[in-house]
Design a binder for this molecule. Structure first.
Ligand SMILES: [Zn+2]
Length: 62
């Protein structure tokens, strides 16, 4: 599993997402940036910032 915690990019934001594929995590994170943080223009470095903060976690079965 891949995990992205928005708080690592936007201090204080409790939002996080998990998915099997990094691409899916990036997609959801970008969507979150648009809807929650008003980032209407997603720059290339934003994608890089998100990718740099994605961590691999153990699969959660619960
Ligand atoms: Zn956020």
């Amino acid at each position: 599993m891949k995990l992205f915690e928005c708080g690592s990019l936007v201090p204080g934001c409790p939002w996080h997402t998990r998915a099997d594929e990094e691409a899916e995590v990036v997609r959801r994170a970008v969507e979150h940036m648009r809807t929650t943080h008003g980032e209407t223009i997603i720059r290339e470095n934003m994608i890089e910032n998100i990718k740099a903060r994605i961590v691999t976690t153990e699969k959660v079965t619960a």
